[in-house]
Design a protein around this ligand. Structure first.
Ligand code: CP3
Length: 363
């Protein structure tokens, strides 16, 4: 077996064994059998880890995303500690938007805050295209990580146009997305122009990560669940589809995730995903009936369950693995990100339990 880390090239027409492209995670994304159900956690790099809090103590969030050595270290922390099946690049969905010239900050305890929310066509026109030069720190961090991770895949990511637009129009996090919807319904042309711009920024950001060597990408449309299916299809799907189609030739699985998306799961798959992320509200066997047999699923333990006594966690992990057996491919994850108050030891135990319960004898 060769240890070539690209894992994608073929010698004498034979796919190479080993490398991240042959990892349990990438195999599950492709709906191929593997040695066990792979597991990683959204927000696995972050405030649940004391080593993260230490290293971030005096560094603002956006600064930390622009320092490749720091990104490398923070991305590796959960891989070392938990033995997860994939690393996810430490960054944030607003990093490419800031690189495109939007004046914003990530405020601790609040999230992204935009200095001048988008209201007009002139505001949209000020969102510049980006390329490798504007996010060279991301290119560099991915290259450092890919060299160090060996057979462990690195997941790249970006925010989808709707979720990014929501931050830009609201000026910060919102429960109702009222200003966003007011723009969407009130000025559809401006809405589509904004989303088309953001789709280009997102696609370029993901391309930089793919070119630097990530093994999969996840498009986060965290707040898409605020929309009806009809409005999602009309106002959002074409823009997310543009991003996902732009990566069709990249040779890496595309994961598409949102929260509260029970009614949107089919449409989110149709947007061009290989894997659809499912939150804890929809059992995976039900989700897969909505998504269809041609896509894998990712999820879906309620992050709050990790705060419960261990027997509750164990029972939920077993249930989700059982429901996952009814799907064409299952990547174990949470239904949303790790809560900061989570005991990291519980995360480590969940990884071991998923591996143990799902272990399949070698073919
Ligand atoms: O998953 C990972 O481990 C990789 C890192 C990652 C971060 N943000 C780091 C981060 C990823 C994948 C994201 C994506 C992201 N950012 C999303 C989509 C995922 C989701 O949660 O739905 C969204 C909506 C954002 C916007 C954002 N950035 C929020 C809501 C917050 C939290 C604000 C807070 O302090 O509670 C951030 C900041 C942020 N991004 C932190 C981290 C680790 C916390 C910053 C800190 O440590 O001070």
């Amino acid at each position: 077996m060769t240890t070539d880390t690209t894992g994608t090239a073929a010698r004498d027409g034979e796919p190479r064994r080993g490398g991240p492209a042959d990892s349990p995670f990438v195999r599950a994304c492709r709906r191929e059998p593997g040695p066990h159900t792979p597991v990683w956690f959204m927000r696995q790099a972050g405030r649940s880890l004391p080593e993260y809090r230490d290293i971030r103590a005096n560094v603002p969030m956006l600064d930390s995303c622009r320092r490749p050595e720091l990104v490398r270290e923070i991305t590796l922390q959960p891989v070392r500690r938990h033995g997860v099946d994939a690393a996810i690049l430490f960054s944030d969905i607003v990093v490419p938007v800031a690189a495109a010239g939007v004046d914003l900050d990530i405020v601790p305890g609040t999230g992204p805050v935009v200095a001048e929310p988008v209201r007009t066509a002139a505001d949209v026109a000020r969102i510049n295209p980006i390329g490798r030069d504007e996010v060279s720190y991301v290119d560099e961090a991915v290259r450092l990580l890919v060299a160090e991770l060996g057979d462990t895949p690195l997941i790249g990511f970006a925010g989808a146009p709707f979720t990014l637009a929501s931050y830009l129009v609201e000026g910060g996090p919102s429960r109702t997305h009222a200003k966003t919807k007011a723009l969407m319904y009130g000025d559809p042309d401006l809405w589509h122009a904004l989303c088309a711009r953001l789709a280009e920024v997102t696609l370029a950001f993901l391309r930089v990560q793919v070119d630097a060597g990530v093994s999969a990408v996840q498009l986060f449309d965290s707040w898409a669940g605020a929309l009806s299916e009809a409005d999602y299809r009309r106002y959002v799907l074409p823009h997310s589809a543009h991003v996902l189609a732009g990566l069709a030739d990249a040779g890496v699985p595309r994961i598409h995730f949102g929260v509260g998306t029970a009614e949107l799961l089919g449409a989110m798959g149709e947007a061009g995903a290989d894997v659809v992320g499912v939150d804890w509200r929809t059992p995976l066997d039900v989700a897969t009936r909505r998504i269809g047999p041609d896509r894998a699923v990712q999820g879906n333990l309620d992050p709050a369950v990790l705060l419960a006594p261990w027997p509750v966690v164990e029972a939920e992990v077993r249930r989700i693995l059982d429901e996952g057996r009814a799907t064409p491919g299952h990547v174990f994850n949470l239904g949303h990100g790790v809560l900061p108050e989570t005991d990291p030891e519980v995360l480590t135990r969940v990884v071991a339990l998923v591996h143990e319960l799902s272990a399949r004898p070698a073919a």
